[in-house]
Design a binder for this molecule. Structure first.
Ligand SMILES: [Zn+2]
Length: 414
């Protein structure tokens, strides 16, 4: 077999995915393996056990990120890394995150099968608490690693029962010693199910990911006056909901004004007092604006603020809008994007560019090293759901692309 036709073992990848999915398996076919629970420990133990069997050494850092290393010829070089997360949502699926970790492990197993030595070391990583459902913030492990927030901030996070990240890390035996970030990375790749419907809709196998969308989140409050729905004539009302719906519609209009990557969503609404025969006196709602281009995202930001101001003046009702979160778009490194693109072309898979609308550990890794992502389709674009599903041949294809993209960076010695 020449290097160009080297392929991973798709059956082995699938079997490992199914075995890991047994830990925390739900009756509906999904997985519930929340970060730093006993089940997370079992999942971590299984994956690190597989890594040791594959001859890798295992390092754990102080936030519980795990790095599994296969030496290269020149171990002074920073490792070519790939990984993702193995924690899940409470009603999560088998593939979100898990695929990225096990695909990276499969790359190492394949290199072992063919006795291939690389110039740079190869590392497989899983990052602590990517999902953020038990502990906030999300993408905790990779966030601490890249310095987006401090270790102390992460340690102090508590679940709804008051258990802290530090105590739970220690309890499950994954409170490591390495200082987060004190660990060079030569390049970082992450394979992931798309978590959206674009690839499936276009009937393509591999998504090359040039960037992850940026987002702006807001809390908006409209204040009117509660009054009886019968005796109060229409022209004498201060109906907070009627004003709120104008703004909500504008959020969607803004998303529509910036195709193809503009997004505008109102996902959370609270109406007070929420009574059938009372004119709403107050409405609180969320606004989520996204774009892959920071300049356009900023325009969207200014447009919603201007619209709110104008609507407040025109109606005489008070409206406040506060930005509560902002992540700029994250373009991936051209060299990593190219490595993914050329590996896909070499292997002959159908492909298109897909911008990620969801957050990933790769965003934080990209702050420290050249990074890139590979997407494969998932059924109906659904994830964060027990019915999440993906085809074995697509997972295999994505893993083959990962293999060749990593080899492009790690360089084969023999
Ligand atoms: Zn994920």
């Amino acid at each position: 077999m020449t290097q160009d036709t080297l392929k991973i073992n798709g059956d082995r990848l699938w079997k490992s995915l199914m075995e890991l999915a047994q830990i925390g398996a739900t009756p509906k076919g999904g997985v519930k393996r929340l970060a730093l629970t006993d089940l997370d420990k079992q999942g971590r133990d299984l994956v690190t056990g597989w890594a040791r069997q594959a001859g890798m050494s295992v390092t754990v850092d102080q936030i519980g990120n795990v790095f599994m290393r296969r030496d290269g010829k020149n171990n002074a070089l920073p490792p070519i890394m790939s990984g993702s997360h193995i924690d899940t949502q409470p009603t999560g699926g088998k593939f979100d995150g898990n695929y990225g970790v096990l695909a990276a492990l499969e790359v190492v197993r394949t290199l072992n099968d063919h006795k291939i030595q690389t110039e740079a070391p190869i590392e497989v990583a899983f990052w602590t608490n990517e999902e953020g459902s038990r502990f906030v913030p999300v993408m905790m492990g990779s966030g601490v690693f890249c310095g987006a927030f401090t270790l102390e901030h992460a340690y102090a996070a508590k679940d709804t029962e008051g258990k802290s990240v530090k105590d739970e890390l220690s309890r499950i035996g994954y409170l490591g010693e390495q200082v987060p970030g004190d660990h060079p990375i030569g390049a970082y790749f992450e394979t992931h199910i798309e978590q959206g419907p674009v690839l499936e809709d276009a009937d393509k196998v591999i998504g090359v990911v040039p960037a992850v969308m940026g987002l702006s989140w807001y809390d908006c409050v409209v204040t009117g006056m509660e009054a009886h729905a019968g005796p109060t004539p229409m022209h004498l009302r201060k109906d907070a909901l009627q004003v709120a719906t104008k703004i909500m519609q504008e959020v969607v209009n803004i998303g529509n004004r910036y195709p193809p990557y503009g997004r505008g969503t109102v996902g959370m609404v609270q109406v007070f007092p929420n009574s059938r025969n009372v004119i709403p006196g107050e409405v609180k709602f969320s606004i989520d604006l996204r774009n892959v281009n920071d300049e356009l995202l900023n325009k969207m930001h200014e447009e919603i603020l201007a619209f709110v101001d104008q609507t407040s003046k025109a109606t005489g009702l008070g409206v406040t809008v506060e930005r509560v979160s902002y992540y700029p778009p994250c373009p991936f490194h051209p060299e990593c994007v190219d490595a993914v693109r050329s590996a896909t072309a070499k292997l002959g898979y159908s492909t298109m560019d897909v911008v990620s609308g969801a957050g990933h550990d790769a965003i934080y890794a990209a702050r420290l090293a050249p990074a890139g992502m590979i997407f494969v389709p998932c059924k109906d674009g659904i994830s964060h759901n027990e019915i999440e599903d993906a085809k074995s041949e697509h997972l295999e294809a994505g893993c083959n692309v990962l293999l060749h993209a990593m080899l492009d960076r790690a360089k084969i010695v023999s």
